[in-house]
Design a protein around this ligand. Sequence first.
Ligand code: TA6
Length: 318
Amino acid sequence: MSMGSFVNSMDPRSGLEVIRDWNGVAQVVLRSPKGASARVSLHGGQVVSWRNDRGEDLLFTSSKAIFKPPNAMRGGIQMCFPQFGYSGTLERHGFARNRIWALDDEHPPLNHNDNGSKVSVDLILKPSEDDLKCWPHCFEFRLRVSLSKDGDLSLISRIRNVNGKPFSFSFAYHTYLSVSDISEVRIEGLETLDYLDNLSHKERFTEQGDAITFESEVDRVYVSSPNVVAILDHEKKHSFVIRKDGLPDVVVWNPWEKKSKTMVDFGDEEYKQMLCVDAAAVERAITLRPGEEWTGKLELSAVLSTNCSDHLDHPVSI
Ligand code: TA6
């Protein structure tokens, strides 16, 4: 995706590198000392790019993506909040991905020390008057996106109820992974789990014993999943390792051929080069009482091995 000529500048407060997209919306650029990079847009708090130290895109972005607020561009990592899918009365996947966020320079410290080995940006979203009309709950959604020196990408969401009464929500990091060829990809870590099939009215099934492979449309919510899942891309000889915390479910989506043709901002053949694997909280809504805060963490690593099973039994230390 050509980025067109963007004006780079340094944000005086955060010292972060900021570029403006062609709608004038700011994107913060994170760079690791070894050459990896990530770009986070204030439009939707969306991660619009994550590249390894060879400059290769690790996230999928459709060649037909529409870069025009308010709709999120098709690709990257989208914030689905306060609703996943059509599980409520709001627009699909909620409104957070369609709003302009702000840089958060009052972010309370996170209770973990990365001893400076990461470069981070902090964003914040609060409801507008219009949002309160369709979802009458005051919240603060703080998002920290970090890039480690080795190029691992981590996202930490903190949602605080600053309301007078409890509220409930569902959540997903809607993550478009770039893959070489979907028929060469398999997912390890979801074997034998139950899943809700969005292709048959959320009916509940149990996954068979082997790793998951793809030969048709898939749209499933794997429930009560382990906190580490691996996506093996044989052709690229690398794997994505997803580590998550506070997010019990994993959504797996590939639109395949027929559905691809129905999406204006998606190429007919692009289903072969992408797979959505979302760390999520969908099956059971999260309820926060006034003053309470929920945290949902995701860490993405791209490891040069196909036998990444050893990663599967490493405990999560995000
Ligand atoms: O994550 C799976 C899913 O809910 C699918 O049902 C599919 O609709 C996808 O999200 C894309 O949603 P979007 O609103 O971005 O077109």
